[in-house]
Design a protein. Sequence first.
Length: 331
Amino acid sequence: MADTNNSKPFKTLNQQLSILRKRGLDDAHAKAKRSLEQIGYYSLINGYKWMFLARDSNGEIIHPEVYKDDASFDEIRSLYDFDFELRAILYRSLLKYETMLGAEIAYRFSEHHPEEHAYLAIDNFSRDAQHVSSVVGTISSLSSTIKKYSDRGGKNAIKHYVNRHGHVPLWVLVNFLTFGELNYFYTNCTEDIQLAIANDFRHTKCISYNASNQSAITPDAIMGINQMVNIFRNAVAHGEITYSKVVYRTPHLGEIKSAANVNNVALRSQAGVFELIIAMKAVLPKKNFKRLTNDIENLLIDYKDSFNAVNYSALLQDMHFPLNYKEILCN
């Protein structure tokens, strides 16, 4: 028997369009219907309507919801498309950093602990009492990854090394870890390994920028970057709203800013897209960071005319972009 008390009953595409028109989106017609069919009302409208809703004198959204007089369905769709492209751009840079971090962890940890399965020994990690639980969790996660891929059908590198060599080198294992697992691994490393990895990132930048005056990157800065990257990495991989995403607790932003050689801007205490880009400037080689900033600039140029002036300014503000962002990112 059907449930007659459903508070969110199914609505046809035409009914969805009718709701939007009643709330002030007069251009919600055939083209909008195709968008709703391809993307879904929840992902498109509920995800991206907030910039376009009318608000009272205190800045609170008016209920029942109604759109601003100059709002349009086309602008909402443009914001969705903009965010889709932004995720693709960020993903490339985040994946590059993830690869670099994994390689650094594998090299420096194995250099200090060359014995087989050294990463499964608790004594090879931080002995700080506050890290004990996290260290145990990391070791358990590494062991579980090996077991999962060893038991899986078909071919994979972990299974090959277990069957052929009886152990899995860390430089193989890191390729099967999530960024979150890499983040915890770095956090739980001993201070000398953390410092060696941080120094390697600075050395890489010195080479790529052909300059020896690159600022030092502290282990704390790497940990702050990792926390930020982990949150944005998950967002871009799972199609979450990204342009306005905020990391509410972002440690070591001052050290990240220093590592990026950025002096002419005050970063927000809660990181957004702009702070993430600054973090990438601190760790990525010049070629990769230049690709990131060029792609971001082209994206902003491509979509500027898709928004009215007020909404375009709001978009930049939600991304935490200051007025002089070009000067900062191009230096």
